[in-house]
Design a protein around this ligand. Structure first.
Ligand code: SF4
Length: 360
């Protein structure tokens, strides 16, 4: 959310509010809490719908909204209700703190004789954050505010080609919203402009495959002009996967067999076969401590390393190989090397086998 402020240089080329407003006049969604064209919005209904729409989609909200306004047609009626009555009418909509805040807010507003008409006054009420305050201020009180929820943020990221991922783009989004709101046509109809943005995000500038061909802002959209719509919003930076280390041992006997063991049935690679080895841990293994865990005393030769990426971590493994006359398969089983192809070896172990065999 932002109140209207002057637009900084990179956001100077805002698409024209008139194009969005004209499109909104022709295509606006008919929603039960919306005032019809030319009507004045009822702050109680705007507030009730905005609280319900926090974390819940329009389709799910409509029946709840209708039950609430039918049971509590005014804020005074809602304020006078028992909290339990409010909570039971809310049941199924989830995030029940919203219902408790709704009721607390209704009591404050009813006692004060009405809603405050400024963003700051609205923000001081229970359950009303920055976005909701801006939405109510714009829609119910025609205050110059541009509410930025997830849908509006997506539109801003595209029309201004904001290269920063949304979670880190607070400043850029505020500047973009300010640039849009600074347009005289937006300032003249802030409620319709906000609702036009909501409708554009819901129906045209959708998260995937936006309908740019039907978009009133196509000509002013930086992402569209550069044919880079799919790049915005910028993807979240990938979390760096933690790195783990391990050592595995290729131990062959004089009959062309190799020692394997079975992994525990539960957990990562559960029930699969593997070359015996050390645990996988955050610190690299020293050779001596790793060889202390080898399946036999032998003349171990380092063969090389393997890198493998799992969903939640990356693994580097060192492979050591040795041959002995006979193996006592105390904690595993012996498999002819010729049968390895068909064994239940996960890819990471196949890589280890390949390294060991290449070195042999
Ligand atoms: Fe969104 Fe496409 Fe319109 Fe740009 S042109 S605002 S990407 S729908």
């Amino acid at each position: 959310m932002t109140a209207i402020a002057s637009a900084s240089a990179p956001f100077a080329a805002a698409p024209p509010a008139a194009a969005l407003l004209g499109w909104y006049d022709r295509n606006r969604r008919s929603l039960p809490w919306r005032a019809a064209p030319g009507e004045v919005a009822d702050p109680y209904r705007v507030w009730l719908s905005e609280i319900m729409l926090q974390q819940t989609n329009v389709v799910a909200v409509i029946p709840y909204y209708e039950s609430f306004v039918s049971r509590f047609p005014t804020i005074a009626a809602l304020a006078a209700a028992e909290e339990q009555a409010v909570l039971s009418l809310w049941a199924g909509l989830g995030y029940y703190a919203r219902a408790r805040n709704l009721h607390a807010c209704a009591r404050i507003v009813a006692a004060a004789g009405g809603f405050p008409d400024s963003e700051s006054g609205l923000r001081a009420l229970p359950g009303i954050g920055a976005y909701t305050a801006a939405a109510i201020a714009a829609i119910a009180f025609q205050r110059p505010a541009v509410p930025v929820d997830g849908n509006v943020a997506r539109i801003l990221s595209r029309v201004f080609a904001i290269a920063v991922p949304l979670a880190q783009a607070r400043r850029e989004l505020a500047a973009g919203a300010a640039a849009l709101g600074a347009d005289r046509d937006a300032a003249a109809r802030p409620g319709d402009f906000a609702q036009g943005l909501f409708d554009l995000g819901a129906g045209i500038c959708t998260p995937t495959s936006p309908s740019c061909g039907a978009c009133p802002w196509q000509a002013g959209c930086a992402a569209y002009r550069r044919s880079r719509v799919a790049e915005f919003p910028a993807p979240k930076p990938r979390k760096q996967r933690p790195l783990r280390h391990g050592v595995h041992f290729w131990l062959a006997d004089g009959q062309g067999r190799v020692l394997l063991r079975r992994r525990p049935p539960q957990g990562l690679l559960g029930g699969m076969s593997e070359l015996p080895g050390t645990p996988w841990r955050a610190e690299p293994w020293g050779e001596a401590e790793a060889l202390a865990l080898a399946p036999a005393q032998a003349n171990w030769t380092p063969c090389g390393g393997v890198r493998h990426v799992f969903t939640h971590f990356e693994l580097t493994l060192q492979v050591f190989a040795a041959s002995v006359k006979a193996i006592n398969p105390e904690h595993g089983f012996l498999l002819p090397v010729t049968e390895l192809e068909d064994a239940a070896l996960p890819s990471v172990m196949r890589k280890c086998v390949a390294v060991a065999r290449a070195a042999g």
